[in-house]
Design a protein around this ligand. Structure first.
Ligand code: NAD
Length: 378
């Protein structure tokens, strides 16, 4: 298995690509053969010759799929494409494993090996492969830019002969990778920033970015061994909402990023809290695609409620597609390099290795991750 392939994304709203010429060169230099569908990088103005120049072969879609050792993708591949892969081929992609039951069953029953980018372990060594984090950090940045673009107010304080403009107040809810980058971006733009997370360990990080951590006592919270938040009880969530309401009412911009690994996002901001905000305020719900942190948010729509715009746009990393593509491709290349056996010049799955163990979701007909197996079997 030394042949790495990728085909054009059929989703025309996607602006990113999964492999860039810089990263393809690295794979070719390692000894891998790389074949892409002709026109692969077009949406990012990356020409076929830019790929060809670094040793990539360009071909028609059907030929590319038929030659696959590993099919690389950003989004879960369509079954029509998977059906054209040779026996025993592998897929490396975001697979949305907790919600794509049919796809995961298909991969397993057709004995395709699947590397799910969502399941890259959160270890120091695997950080360079962590595509959830690379895309989340750009999403946090782009969410603030998106909000600044929509709001009818400047973010920094400005003292002018015509008067002083007060800085915008930004409230970031959920301070993981996306939240931290949102705080840093809003601070750079001159806003006054508050932030909250159920994991009190992040208070220090918030302070180090010059923002104010909002302390809310909801009792015992916690995090998993991988650093993900544990779900709150209904009672704890009610307490959180009650104490957050005044911070929401004061905010010009709210960015919500709260996620629970493998579960729907927690519903944190109620319609009542939205109604308490000033008309013209903006809420960006970065969890819109996993159920939403904000009541009334809709994936990929701007919804206006009582003058407050709730932004449910999903592909914020795609607004900075050049950087997002480079980072994703680099994450993929680091994973492939890790799996590359230099002696035999092939991708190998060593099930004793932590990264392979965690990421290899389907292999030889089996769904290997217990949590996903439970989700798939309902
Ligand atoms: P995530 O995307 O799963 O969630 C985003 C944030 O939402 C988290 O900080 C979570 O605590 C928070 N959250 C959940 N429920 C909430 C609620 N009801 N109210 C407010 N906030 C809520 O998390 P993430 O961005 O992937 O990161 C989680 C942690 O893991 C971070 O501390 C991050 O630095 C760490 N991390 C470590 C590695 C590594 O070691 N390789 C890699 C990535 C992230």
């Amino acid at each position: 298995m030394h042949h790495i392939v990728a085909v054009r994304d059929t989703n025309n709203h996607e602006t990113r690509v999964a492999l860039t010429p810089v990263v393809c060169k690295k794979l070719v230099d390692l000894g891998m053969q790389v074949t892409l569908e002709a026109g692969f990088g077009e949406r990012l103005h990356l020409t076929d010759s830019a790929y060809h120049d670094v040793g990539v072969t360009l071909n028609a879609r059907a030929e590319v799929l038929a030659a696959a050792g590993v099919l690389v993708s950003l989004h879960p591949p369509a079954q029509d494409d998977l059906a054209q892969l040779p026996e025993g081929a592998a897929v490396a992609s975001f697979l949305d494993p907790f919600r794509q039951a049919d796809l995961i069953k298909y991969l397993a029953s057709n004995k395709l090996s699947a590397l799910a980018m969502e399941l890259i372990p959160r270890s120091t060594y695997a950080q360079k492969m962590d595509a959830l984090s690379s895309q989340a950090s750009l999403a946090g940045y782009a969410a603030v830019i998106g909000a600044a673009d929509r709001i009818n107010k400047a973010l920094p304080m400005m003292t002018t002969p015509a008067g002083t403009i007060a800085p915008a107040r930004v409230f970031v809810v959920g301070v993981g990778v996306a939240g931290l980058q949102a705080i840093a971006t809003a601070k750079r733009l001159g806003a006054r920033v508050e932030a909250y997370d159920t994991r009190p360990v992040v208070a220090e990080q918030v302070a180090s970015l010059g923002a104010k951590f909002v302390s809310i006592d909801v009792g015992e919270t916690g995090q998993t061994a991988q650093g993900y938040a544990k779900a709150l009880t209904d009672e704890q969530l009610a307490k959180q909402r009650a104490q957050m309401a005044k911070h929401c009412a004061n905010a010009d911009i709210i960015i919500t990023t709260a996620q629970l690994f493998g579960r729907p996002a927690p519903r944190i901001i109620t319609a009542e809290m939205v109604a308490g905000m000033k008309p013209g305020s903006i809420i960006v719900d970065l969890a819109a695609s996993t159920g939403g942190n904000v009541e009334g948010s809709k994936a990929d729509e701007d919804v206006v409620v009582d003058g407050v715009t709730i932004v449910g746009f999903v592909n914020f990393p795609g607004t900075v597609a050049r950087d997002a593509s480079q980072m994703y491709a680099s994450n993929i290349a680091s994973l492939l390099e890790h799996l590359w056996d230099k002696e035999s010049k092939t991708i190998t799955f060593n099930l004793e290795d932590d990264i392979t163990q965690g990421t290899l979701l389907t292999h030889q007909g089996e769904i290997r991750d217990e949590r996903v197996r439970e989700a798939v079997n309902g």
